[in-house]
Design a protein around this ligand. Structure first.
Ligand SMILES: *Cc1c(COP(=O)(O)O)cnc(C)c1O
Length: 360
């Protein structure tokens, strides 16, 4: 068996320990004589799995009791519709557009009401986070929406926008559990788990209870109402059971690592190794305004498309996978999520140094 260093933006690297444990339990989970894939989602064994997963997540993120934790399907993209369907009581919402995912969410919301783009960084290919300290937040906005970490462009909100009292909704798909958060600042925090937590197929929604109502847009399908899932403990229908089980294992792994404060320290250390190198390199350079740099997704370029392609090819041959940038930006991107070991980042930087010397 040989494992590569996988810098994919998602689905992405998972802790080896978790994968090994899952492998050990594949044929016989905890004496049940079956795998988690094969068991009823109403069984005692699965009830324990989902309850523990929720409890561990609540502990890790310090989630207050007046927030529900939902394990849903449909990916982060389905939330682009669920959020307006459930929260647009006045049919007005404000969007801060800092990348493709925020833009897609904004476009989706336009289908359901008046979505206002109150700030954007599209003028400079989303390479920065706009100043959000005094935005023209709409008087009657039902919420203000952000994508907190922009997976494709490698930017992150270091301070949350001033929503002027309006409910903040955040897509945290690519920074989920990468550092501590103050859940009370948000109405909804959600993310697809395939970036930093588990296998594709699960989306976690953390939502303040007062936002869960029957007062949704007319025609909202039962399955797309938060209330349906909240009332049934995420077991209204068959949940993505195996995915939830793996997420639960990752929560326990993070707890064992020392929790979110510790994850933040490790992530800062890892990102610094890469950013410091990019800042001193004569060949490679980062594409993002320094103060807005993500700890998770690090895009960079050489300035030559030919050299970029050569780098991606040679890196792959050397065991560094998935370094090609998103198709809309080109260049390279190293995603260094929680499960990427520091050795992986060190080895990548060593490889980049050698490449730079060879191509000077
Ligand atoms: C990947 C990603 C999405 C889309 O996720 P799906 O689960 O494929 O729908 C949305 N938002 C962000 C920030 C992402 O990184």
């Amino acid at each position: 068996m040989s494992r590569v260093y996988n810098f994919s933006a998602g689905p992405a690297v998972l802790p080896e320990e978790v994968l090994k444990e899952a492998a050990d339990e594949m044929l016989d989970y905890n004496g049940t004589g079956m795998s988690v894939m094969e068991m009823s989602h109403r069984s005692k064994a699965f009830e324990t799995i989902i309850k523990e997963a929720e409890a561990d997540l609540r502990e890790l993120m310090n989630i207050p009791d007046n927030y529900k934790v939902l394990f849903l399907q449909g990916g982060a993209s389905q939330q682009f519709a669920m959020i307006p369907m459930n929260l647009m009581k006045n049919k007005v919402a404000d969007y801060i557009v800092t990348g493709q995912w925020a833009k897609k969410a904004y476009q989706e919301a336009c289908l359901y009401g008046r979505a206002n783009k109150i700030a954007s960084s599209e003028d400079k290919t989303f390479s920065y986070i706009p100043d959000c300290s005094d935005l023209p937040v709409s008087e009657d906005a039902d919420y203000v929406y952000i994508c907190e970490n922009n997976t494709i462009y490698g930017t992150k909100f270091k301070t949350l926008p001033n929503t002027k009292g309006k409910t903040l909704v955040a897509d945290v798909s690519s920074c989920f559990l990468s550092e501590p958060v103050d859940v009370t600042k948000y109405g909804v925090i959600y993310g697809g788990v395939q970036k930093n937590i588990g296998p594709a197929g699960v989306v976690i929604v953390i939502i303040r209870e007062d936002l869960i109502t029957d007062d949704v847009l007319p025609g909202t399908p039962t399955m797309l109402k938060y209330k349906t899932h909240a009332d049934n403990g995420s077991l209204y229908n068959t949940p993505p059971a195996y995915g939830i089980y793996i997420c639960g294992k990752v929560f326990k792994w993070i707890k064992k690592m020392g929790g979110l404060q510790k994850m933040k320290e490790i992530n800062e250390k890892k990102a610094k190794i890469l950013y410091d190198f990019l800042d001193e390199s004569k060949l490679f350079k980062g594409t993002v305004r320094k103060e807005d740099r993500s700890l998770m997704n690090v895009p960079f370029v050489t300035g030559s498309e030919e050299l970029d392609a050569k780098f991606v090819k040679e890196a792959k041959e050397a065991g560094f996978e998935n370094l090609k940038g998103h198709r809309t930006v080109g260049g390279m991107r190293a995603s260094i999520y929680n499960a990427m070991p520091i050795e992986g980042v060190q080895a990548l930087v060593e490889f980049m140094k050698k490449f730079e010397e060879a191509n000077a």
